[in-house]
Ligand binder design. Structure first.
Ligand SMILES: [Zn+2]
Length: 177
């Protein structure tokens, strides 16, 4: 009888230890996920130099600019004002005015969207989106995170072979004249 009681106590203690461990594990997992969430939020907050709320962007941008830059939308082909613009100057981000493309990088891809064989590298961020169900290289403004367009490999072979397919609505052209 005594023996079996001791066994029961031992069993109880073992179980308690087990549960304690589980409890500690749960606390740790909780802490970790909280830390991850915090660092994610901090990362999102600090990733771009220019951080504005959705309400602020809605106020500052017209509806097409907002749709393209903040919702990663695409303007209809051949409707953008810079598709056939070949004047000398620089294209800046319509949201934050960061310089993104020199007119010398522009060429006529006949795609219906302004096309550049390269960008001002340090001001452009490369990301991946799966909006059409497969991976596409997304191009963003690295200062404000605004969506610009996509990168394709059918650009002019004589230069980079790349095509930065950009929405006119994401850009503002500043003429050199
Ligand atoms: Zn920007």
């Amino acid at each position: 009888m005594y023996h079996s009681t001791t066994s029961l106590v031992k069993l109880f203690l073992i179980k308690m230890k087990k549960y304690n461990l589980i409890y500690i594990l749960l606390i740790c997992i909780g802490c970790n996920s909280q830390n991850n969430n915090n660092s994610e939020t901090n990362q999102q907050r600090s990733k771009y130099k220019i951080n504005k709320s959705d309400i602020e962007w809605r106020k500052e941008l017209n509806s097409l600019q907002y749709y393209v830059l903040r919702q990663a939308g695409t303007e209809r082909a051949f409707t953008g004002k810079y598709d056939k613009n070949f004047s000398e100057g620089v294209y800046v981000c319509a949201a934050c005015q960061s310089p993104l493309y020199e007119s010398g990088y522009k060429y006529d891809s006949k795609s219906g969207w302004p096309s550049f064989d390269r960008g001002i590298t340090e001001n452009i961020e490369y990301d991946v989106d799966y909006k059409l169900g497969y991976a596409r290289s997304e191009l963003k403004c690295s200062s404000c995170g605004g969506h610009l367009g996509h990168l394709f490999n059918d650009g002019p072979k004589s230069t980079t072979g790349k095509r930065h397919c950009i929405n006119s609505a994401a850009l503002i052209f500043i003429s050199k004249k």
